[in-house]
Design a protein around this ligand. Structure first.
Ligand SMILES: Nc1ncnc2c1ncn2[C@@H]1O[C@H](COP(=O)(O)OP(=O)(O)O)[C@@H](O)[C@H]1O
Ligand SMILES: [Mg+2]
Length: 353
């Protein structure tokens, strides 16, 4: 089979595991792809790859699966390309546009998780806040954490310990015109830590979980591996495993990194801090010694032809018309995406009018 890795960076471990399995691949920077929307109603949307002289068309048969590894400046465009390849052209993907976008925004993630009955720290989003005291009280008082909605590797996450620190940094956010999330501080113990859980295939019977604990440096409270490089293996409780799988399902990603914090002052009660749509492999593979990249490629190989909760390409939902939809079984109908259902239901109403 042939994999399409969408990334601006080299993805050495994934490529190694693809080659080990005798598969083909192409690594393409999404910035080099164009999404083309056709004017027909029967779905002939396309993707082109920028070429030296002429661009080259990528067809649905060109690849069996997409592995998006997108972040940073090219994220928005990368999401558009992922949507085109997976939803408009119908190629299996380890991540879909909706989930990648949810995970790129911490408040949106918290909304989705909370609606799915998954525990988040108390938090409040304020647009250029001035009433600091009330907001801080709402999330449980000081110390509390302030975060920008977007950011990773700990950038834009700060601890507010005193009223002076809180009012001055919140005033800076206001001056900069930035929205800020204020969040209940979770005391994780010493050294400060959290748990990264890589969830692969949450929508399948064969879900794989890899977890490790990450520690902060003495001088910090943020335990991102990219900041400290410190971690150790960890055993998850049943509740934490379920929480991680439920979070991955709620955002709808086949591969994700769910960050969990244990409240050391409250029987290690677990909270989901965020979900990452593009989790790094280095930390988890170094600390656990497990082959996580291999598990991702195995998930792709086992599922790219199947119809799953996230991947309904075997029903070809995009190219179905209402007559074809009316012939589907209940299970197939349930698997349609909301857009298809909406179109179908709108047509039914028209028939009645
Ligand atoms: N509510 C919180 N209480 C205590 N520590 C937190 C809290 N939220 C985040 N942290 C610490 O800060 C780190 C970075 O925060 P996070 O929300 O994951 O942002 P990023 O996307 O930058 O990784 C976390 O890994 C954790 O160590
Ligand atoms: Mg994080």
């Amino acid at each position: 089979m042939k994999h399409l890795i969408l990334s601006a960076l080299p993805t050495v471990r994934l490529i190694e595991e693809i080659q080990k399995r005798g598969d083909d691949y192409e690594l393409i920077n999404p910035a080099d792809l164009y999404a083309f929307i056709s004017s027909t109603t029967s779905g002939h949307d396309r993707i082109y790859k920028r070429g030296e002289e002429k661009s080259e068309r990528i067809k649905s048969k060109s690849f069996d699966a997409v592995i998006p590894r997108i972040s940073g400046a090219g994220f928005e465009h990368g999401c558009t390309i992922v949507k085109q390849l997976s939803e408009n052209i119908g190629i299996f993907s380890t991540g879909y546009e909706r989930g990648l976008k949810i995970c790129s925004n911490k408040m949106l993630t918290a909304q989705v998780l909370s609606k799915a009955k998954i525990r988040n720290p108390k938090q409040i989003l304020a647009h250029q806040p001035t009433d600091y005291k009330e907001l801080i009280d709402l999330v449980g008082g000081l110390p509390c954490v302030a975060k920008l909605q977007r950011g990773s590797m700990g950038i834009g996450v700060m601890l507010l310990e005193t009223e002076l620190a809180a009012s001055t940094s919140l005033r800076s956010f206001q001056t900069l015109g930035a929205d800020v999330i204020l969040q209940q501080y979770i005391e994780s113990g010493n050294p400060k830590n959290d748990i990264r859980v890589i969830v692969i295939g949450p929508e399948t019977k064969n879900v794989k979980i890899f977890a490790y604990k990450r520690y902060a440096l003495d001088t910090d409270f943020r335990s991102n591996y990219s900041l400290s490089g410190l971690g150790e293996k960890v055993e998850l409780t049943k509740e934490e495993k379920n929480m991680a799988v439920d979070a991955a399902l709620a955002v709808g990603l086949g591969v994700s990194g769910v960050d969990i914090m244990r409240d050391a002052l409250n029987d290690d009660k677990p909270y989901v801090i965020e979900v990452n749509g593009n989790p790094g492999l280095k930390g988890v593979e170094t600390v656990t010694g497990e082959n996580v990249a291999g598990a991702i490629i195995d998930y792709v190989k086992d599922n790219h032809r199947k119809s799953t909760k996230f991947n309904n390409n075997s029903i070809k939902s995009i190219s179905l018309n209402s007559e074809e939809i009316s012939k589907l079984s209940k299970e197939e109908y349930d698997n349609l995406d909301n857009r298809q259902k909406y179109i179908y239901e709108a047509e039914q109403v028209e028939d009645l009018l």
